[in-house]
Design a protein around this ligand. Structure first.
Ligand code: SF4
Length: 225
């Protein structure tokens, strides 16, 4: 495997999303790692919230009082019937067989915030700390992953839990959806691989260039503009 490939595969939802947002930024921060993505306050606090909820729902620690407003929804999840897995790290091979998160044959990897396993169905939930957005794209990957990890499931229910408001966005999938889900993601991975093969990482200017991109003017003419 050449160095470029070693740095773009395995992929995750967030790596594909970063690539789609701006290939140049992705290349500089994730492939050659010339530039470090700064940790934002939102990321730091989001990580803390995830840890607190992992411990609470997993039963290893009480919910810290500063997250009291999340107790109701987190308790509902904790009390939902079924075997619970929290912050479940998965890997899948290109043939969509389970592998290690850091396995040598891992093609895609991810972390599922909460999985509830029942005899015939699986529920996958994702805590969201930001502002609610209507976008079920990530849920599709979670569903595809769950169908590959627990192939006995006749149904996969997925949901975003918007912690600020307690709102829930849900979507249900069946094994019939799996081929289309992975065809779609494979096409996106193919574009990422083509960038790697051709060493072609175009800049994709957007509203992020002015204040939110760390690459610097020497790496991209749009930075700060
Ligand atoms: S400044 Fe804009 S176009 Fe340039 S790398 Fe950053 S996000 Fe991409």
């Amino acid at each position: 495997m050449n160095k470029m490939y070693a740095n773009i595969l395995p992929w995750s939802y967030s790596s594909l999303d970063s690539y789609a947002t701006c290939p140049r930024r992705y290349y500089l921060t994730k492939v050659v790692k010339l530039v470090k993505e700064p940790q934002t306050e939102a990321t730091i606090s989001g990580n803390e919230v995830h840890k607190a909820l992992e411990n609470y729902v997993g039963g290893t620690a009480p919910l810290p009082s500063k997250y009291e407003s999340y107790r109701e929804v987190a308790t509902k999840v904790k009390q939902t019937a079924g075997k619970k897995l929290v912050e479940y790290k998965f890997g899948l091979t290109k043939g969509l067989k389970p592998s290690e998160f850091f396995g040598s044959d891992t093609w895609v990897r991810g972390v599922l915030d909460v999985c509830i396993i029942r005899p015939e169905e699986v529920i996958v939930l994702d805590w969201k700390t930001g502002k609610r957005k209507v976008d079920g794209d990530q849920l599709r990957l979670f569903a595809g992953a769950a169908m590959s990890l627990w192939p006995f499931a006749k149904k996969v229910k997925t949901g975003y839990i918007w912690l600020k408001t307690g709102e829930l966005d849900t979507k249900e999938f069946t094994p019939n959806d799996k081929p289309e889900i992975f065809q779609d993601f494979a096409a996106r991975v193919h574009r990422l691989e083509a960038s790697g093969k051709n060493d072609d990482w175009p800049a994709r200017p957007s509203g992020l260039c002015r204040n939110w991109c760390p690459v610097g003017r020497n790496n991209c003419e749009h930075c700060g503009v």
